[in-house]
Design a protein around this ligand. Sequence first.
Ligand code: MIG
Length: 812
Amino acid sequence: MPKSTYLGLCASTLILGLIAASPVMAKSSDTYVLDKGHVHLEISAVRDDIVRIRMSEHKKARDESFAVSSEVRKAHLTLHVSTDHKLISLATSSLIVKLDPKTLAIRITDMQGQVLLADASGQAVRFDGQGFHMRKVMPQNAHYFGLGDKTGPLDRRDQAFSLWNTDNFGFGDYTDPLYKSIPFILGLDNTGKSFGLFMDNTWRSYFDFGKSERDTLNIGAEGGDIDYYVMTGKGPKDIISAYGYLTGHAPLTPEWALGFQQSHWSYMTQGEVKSIADTLRKDHIPADVLYMDIDYQDHNKPFSVNTQAFPDLKALVSDLKAQDLHLVLITDLHIAHAPNQQYKPYDSGEASDIFVKNPDGSDFVGKVWPGDAVFPDFSRKVARQWWGQQYKDFAKLGVGGFWNDMDEPSVFEVATKTMPLDVVHTIEDDGFTTRKASHAEMHNVYGMLNSRATYEGALVNTPNTRPFVLTRASYAGGQKYAATWTGDNSSTYAHLKLATYMLVNLGLSGFSYVGDDIGGFAGNQPSADLLTRWIEIGAFNPIFRDHYQKDKPAQEVWVNGPDHEAIRRRYIEERYRLMPYIYALAEENSRNGLPLMRPVFLSYPEVVAKGDHLGGTDDQFMLGDNLLIAPSSAPESPQAYDISLPSKGWYDYWTSQRLDEAAIKETPRLDHLPVFVRPGAILAKQPLVQSTMQTPSGPLEIHVYLGPDCQGHLYFDDGVSFDYKKGAYLRQNISCQSNAALDKVSLDFGPREGQYHAWWSQIRLIIHGYRGQSAHITQDGHALTGQWDVTNQTLSLDLADLAHQSHLEIKS
Ligand code: MIG
């Protein structure tokens, strides 16, 4: 047995004795510190399941982060230190860090000694004067996910990526880098073992998953110190929650942002925006949001309005509001360099001196949409506050949300597409030593800080309204401020398929509110079939926005004639019916960080053991734990394809049929996207509305799909304000049990929590999969009658709202 003790003076002495050449000291009782040669190493545990490893050369590194708050970064646990032959073990009660003090090689294991992440043999860490390189072992049975919106397959294995926020218009199937830098990966092997690795480094960095070196994960950055967290847990969900603990959760979205959104670069006039709204309503296409892209502005100057084309923005906002639509305005960060032209954003920004600088102290000027432009220094609190104030007028008009584009930042007419690396930013923020920082260090966080300024500004301008911000660029933790989309994709089947991989990986990287441009942004006009299929899949994505570029034929829902429009409408309508389920997922996400859109393996890690390509589920995704969406892996092909469900007994969402087999052959049909429901799911649905701003009329539907682990819950609130934080919400758990023959069911409605008033007075309970010959139903002992639909094997009952605990029984 290794001798063990808590780290303190005693442990230090012990270790000191062991490796006399390496002076050791305990900086505090809970951080293990070691200096060896030029290298300074610190190991701490921020939580039982999360260790933090920091290494730097020559000096003790600054403890600062744009992603992890100082509160969370603190070492919260005492490491249990022991020595075992030549290794030092630092343990929490969930994991052990084994350090070889001679080589500084690190191996992290679980309590059973199974390796989660280990340094590769040979030189595992190398500093090169500026940055560093690390090498870790990649077991052959492991798969890797995360890194945000990267192209390529879902599994990152055998790929290599750079993290450097880049405006990549019309990116290809493998283009890299793209708009966001999220240095977090989830590793999962075919025994179900998983770990997370978050490297908190904002410099240009890379992750190479065995591409340049077989079975070796190479990670490095051009600057900064080594600062990474490794997390463990029972399965991938635990890893994602641990990452959420580190970098924060997305705040609950306004519900309208989960509705259908229509956008275009650009609707050119007020009349055109109005006519899009009118067509949506006339054609009964449910929708919540219209966007205005850069052309509403005067000469592309942010925070200006072209009053020729948009003579009365105020009237437009209120017209749209009357149609239950929210308006989202683009507001790019590049402020026109327009001195002496009565352009207030420039004048006031210049007066407060908040733009980023050239090394000689002058404002950096780069060309973007307005021509010469200057760039707010979002790492300064004053600049963020100033930025927030720019929105005041729009906020007064009731503009619903704001769109931050180009914030990589994108700069035109230069090969690098961005600012020179020596442009000077200033960091003035809580938890930071005030200091200057080069663009090389700040580039990857610039977009996140832009969206943070927008979000925080909205909270100031409209304090009891949940902000909606959409950003293109971001960094780890950016989910706290904004939703995001995958940028300038193209109208191809390959990009329709790619969208699933990108959105799923973004969700695993903390960004739960994610979407792609439905129909494709760039390229040729999507074929009618492609747009239809894209809308079908998009209806089950978290953010659902049809958007397309300039000089492309129209791409709204109705453009390919009534037959296509009817199919598309049906899918959009289904999303609105499912809104209570989707919104409840959003609320859950605000508490646990689990994404709305998930890979199948998040709920069923065992699929990775089913051979290559994640058991064939790469192209499938789940919406929450209950719906599995299964598009073809060859979306343009008429060939039948195989769908493999996690188990027998799943339900076809559309027909309600209980499936005896887990393996299904699907013959593609244009009007059909296969969707399946977990046996044991309880889903809330509502009568059709044309906008989330409308109150549904009719009963709340509660669909029970008989099966094991049968449960669900209701969550409702006003969808727009923060009153839910003061108790104005409604929450209720529902559970059910059935026997193996599925002819005996009991259902329990828990107590209702919160003060939000239900919009329904009736509940329609629909039981799927009931196999009784007849149905004798009682509610709290009183007999009820239901309707038994033999073909669909559903039993429905209409009940007065169940605002209190209630017990139902159904038997033959
Ligand atoms: O240089 O604002 O990704 O969604 O329509 C192009 C115009 C700038 C890029 C965004 C796209 C948007 C477009 N923008």
